[in-house]
Design a protein around this ligand. Structure first.
Ligand SMILES: *Cc1c(COP(=O)(O)O)cnc(C)c1O
Ligand code: SF4
Length: 424
């Protein structure tokens, strides 16, 4: 299949749009001005069930929905459009609304490492063992998720575009920090890069013979949004050869595949792509943000994890939605998230229980809601750091006052103590 993208400017050419009412099309035009909107022919033709598009999870995943904006924001943009406002007027208003949607959560800009006083802008180093790399050519995706917290990178308003070209600086940084074992290449989606570009990075990294570099991870949504990347794209087989090169060097290659729903694993091409990646010796681990309207269904999650294991994938994380973008639309409170996770977890065998959740990837670290309990007559959330900026916090359960409305760690107050361990 040849890739074809659809965005705000051409989505009316999608044949299946005939299923939508004029009002629904207008909603896309309004919300799509603010939240990034991009989908593609694979998503449209093979993933979405157009007979039931209004409740189809993949439709909700890539097409802007009216309720993703507050009424106030919606009305402001709708009025501009009805009055025939110019493109620049619409953009100005869109940027104002975006700024109110917390475009840069969890202070990513705090973890930009330095070398000889020079900031390495395309790197992020927060947890001892793992450094993140945002290659500049990987700052987009084959489609855009309507919940995405990286949307400021796509909509072009970010001051802190995490991106760099200088692979030499990464190599120096990894060499000078022997505690680093993992390089996580992320984006956007790094698998949007042409193989030629990706190969340049990998060749340089492998040639550097970094003794501490044991794992290369690639965070990607391609198995969900464009599995043809590994089958019929013109540089697909070269890409698989690059994967083999990494594996043959003795480095563990982990494809961190982002899935939202079992439907993304239901196509022949997705299964073929998985097999081709596995044939290179790479391992595929999966991560899923838990989102209302999309995948807040314990039975579906249990089926999804079982199917992943059947296909040889390893379930890894179930995330709580970030406090950004259309969060009101997607957010589940921590109690709901915990109950959904647990109700799915109890349905699967130990082989699937590699999945950890629900996890908030927050400023101090990755905080898991490990349970809801009663201690000395007080109802509490039991929390646990799976990763932390200070390793001393990891694996020591701590407690927050039960709060049925809490959506994120910021909404919690410590129980039995004045401060959380990370606030000292
Ligand atoms: C999640 C994350 C990692 C990887 O953490 P693991 O627990 O090793 O998977 C690394 N850096 C940042 C900033 C992260 O958010
Ligand atoms: S694939 Fe990832 S980076 Fe791309 S739009 Fe979706 S959540 Fe954002």
């Amino acid at each position: 299949m040849k890739y074809r993208a659809f965005t705000l400017s051409n989505f009316k050419n999608i044949p299946q749009i005939k299923h939508l009412s004029e009002e629904q099309i207008f909603d896309i035009e309004v919300v799509g001005e603010v939240l990034p909107f991009k989908t593609n022919n694979y998503v449209i033709e093979e993933l979405i069930d157009w007979a039931h598009f209004e409740t189809d999870p993949i439709y909700i995943l890539t097409f802007p929905q009216k309720d993703m904006l507050s009424n106030k924001h919606y009305d402001r943009m709708a009025e501009l459009i009805r009055n025939g406002a110019s493109k620049s007027e619409r953009l100005e208003t869109a940027n104002q609304i975006r700024m109110e949607l917390n475009p840069n959560p969890a202070g990513q800009e705090h973890n930009v490492p330095e070398i000889c006083g020079e900031k390495l802008v395309g790197l992020q180093h927060k947890y001892n063992e793992t450094v993140l790399f945002f290659p500049s050519q990987g700052q987009s995706c084959h489609a855009f998720c309507t919940f995405c917290f990286r949307w400021s990178q796509f909509s072009g308003i970010s001051e802190l575009k995490f991106a760099m070209k200088q692979v030499d600086l990464i190599i120096d940084y990894i060499r000078e920090n022997p505690q680093i074992t993992d390089l996580l290449i992320t984006g956007g989606d790094p698998m949007i890069m042409k193989t030629k570009v990706f190969e340049q990075y990998i060749d340089a990294l492998l040639a550097a013979d970094l003794p501490n570099l044991k794992t290369i991870r690639i965070g990607t949504k391609t198995l969900g949004y464009w599995p043809y990347r590994y089958t019929t794209d013109e540089d697909a087989s070269q890409l698989l050869d690059v994967f083999k090169k990494i594996v043959n060097k003795g480095i563990n290659l982990a494809i961190m595949a982002h899935f939202n729903h079992i439907n993304e694993m239901s196509t022949i091409t997705a299964e073929q792509a998985i097999k081709k990646i596995q044939a290179t010796g790479a391992i595929i681990r999966t991560q899923t943000p838990l989102l209302k309207h999309l995948n807040d269904d314990a039975d579906m999650l249990a089926r999804m994890w079982r199917k992943q294991v059947n296909l040889g994938l390893i379930p890894y994380y179930l995330f709580v939605a970030r406090e950004t973008g259309a969060q009101e639309y997607f957010a589940l409170n921590l109690e709901e998230a915990y109950n959904i996770y647990r109700n799915a977890y109890i349905q699967v065998s130990g082989i699937c229980r590699t999945v950890r959740g629900p996890v908030m990837s927050a400023h101090p670290g990755k905080v898991q809601v490990a349970g809801i309990s009663e201690i000395n007559g007080e109802k509490v959330f039991v929390l646990n750091f799976i990763q932390a900026r200070n390793t001393d916090w990891v694996g020591k359960p701590f407690y927050a006052k039960y709060n049925p409305d809490a959506l994120w760690v910021n909404d919690l107050e410590p129980a039995f103590e004045d401060k959380f361990i990370f606030e000292a």
